[in-house]
Design a protein. Structure first.
Ligand SMILES: Cc1cc2nc3c(=O)[nH]c(=O)nc-3n(C[C@H](O)[C@H](O)[C@H](O)COP(=O)(O)O)c2cc1C
Length: 334
């Protein structure tokens, strides 16, 4: 049977009405205390009509892990109610909604008195401060933060969780040999560099139970000769597979190095590696903005879902164009 963008999909036991996903995109509209507002309710509600799944932006599991100070968070019970309104707005449009749980590690933006933490004391770039190497006790606290965030996410009504382990943020900082130079049980070999992410995934899974969708977003390439390549990421995801329900495949962010060639769908080959190396449903993303290309991704089973980012910001009905419900624009038809 040929799969099309219109085909229903499934992550864990959750049925999705089609194969389109709204990619997580920070809106920089959180309150100083990290709360979602009416802006988020309206923003996500408007973009939910034609996608099967909305993944809301990077949402911090602790205040000092916010990527930017205007990010939203889920590090206190007071965040649950405003996020619940976002969930309701998406459900009203007959879409499902995941929250992306994140911690920025060495790429966080801090308030006075907070300290940057990472796997090892290496700064991301000259513009970021030097982080300290998190001690085991602090890692245990962080795992607890993820656990609490997962419980709050479920209480707010989210249909699932995406763990942000991409783009050079804390979980990625543990996975990559570029940022993790530890010699204890959390570093020194691929297996040990995986331990922190593994423990986070175990804690989240234990908190939400086996039937609740939990997926991971990964960077399949570090774009650096000393960094991770797609097959390394496939090995990592294979180890995590019993704990996960899907994988969302992005790239980059562990250093300021960018890919040399960014063309429409340039990350699809990475998604295809994860598709062939694991049994998990795969979400492809990155410049997949033309209807023909998006259809090819699912028809040829290079991935199971296609996430769309930037076009959905200025054209909230862009997903409808890819589904053929709206006339194609220069962008979706070219
Ligand atoms: C304004 C903006 C904010 C973003 N915020 C996030 C985020 O919070 N979490 C994340 O994993 N990726 C984030 N991304 C990356 C997108 O999810 C997506 O991977 C990227 O835009 C490529 O897809 P596109 O070519 O369809 O835009 C952001 C991208 C943009 C443009």
């Amino acid at each position: 049977m040929t799969v099309s963008l219109q085909s229903p999909g499934r992550i864990n036991k959750l049925q999705l009405k089609n194969r389109l996903v709204l990619a997580p995109m920070q809106q920089h509209k959180g309150t100083p205390a990290g709360h979602a507002t009416d802006y988020h309710v309206e923003h996500y509600g408007r973009r939910a009509a034609d996608v099967g799944l909305v993944i809301i932006e990077s949402t911090a599991v602790s205040q000092d892990g916010r990527l930017y100070q205007d990010d939203i968070g889920i590090y206190s019970d007071s965040h649950i109610k405003p996020l619940g309104k976002v969930v309701k707005a998406v459900h009203t449009r007959d879409a499902r909604v995941f929250i992306q749980l994140s911690h920025g590690g060495r790429k966080s933006h801090l308030l006075p008195g907070e300290r940057l933490l990472s796997s090892s004391p290496i700064a991301f770039s000259d513009e970021y401060g030097l982080p300290f190497e998190a001690k085991n006790e602090q890692l245990e606290q962080l795992i607890g933060r993820y656990r609490e965030a997962a419980l709050r996410s479920r209480e707010a009504g989210f249909d699932g969780i995406e763990l942000h382990a991409a783009h050079g943020y804390l979980l990625h900082q543990f996975l990559s040999p570029i940022s993790n130079l530890r010699t204890d049980s959390y570093g020194g070999s691929p297996n040990r560099r995986l331990q922190f992410v593994l423990q986070v995934a175990i804690a989240v899974r234990e908190a939400v139970g086996p039937d609740y969708p939990v997926q991971i977003r990964v960077s399949a390439s570090d774009y650096d000769p000393g960094g991770l390549i797609p097959l390394h990421i496939a090995d990592i995801v294979k180890r995590l597979e019993p704990l996960l329900d899907a994988v969302h495949v992005s790239s980059g962010g562990i250093t300021p190095l960018r890919p040399l060639d960014v063309y429409p769908g340039y990350q699809i080959p990475y998604a295809a590696v994860l598709k062939s190396e694991t049994t998990l449903p795969v979400i492809a993303v990155g410049g997949i903005h033309q209807r023909a290309l998006a259809e090819r991704v699912v028809a040829e089973q290079l991935a199971d879902f296609v996430a769309i980012g930037r076009p959905m910001l200025d054209e909230p009905d862009f997903a409808g164009q890819l589904l053929g419900k709206q006339p194609l624009s220069a962008r979706s038809g070219s």
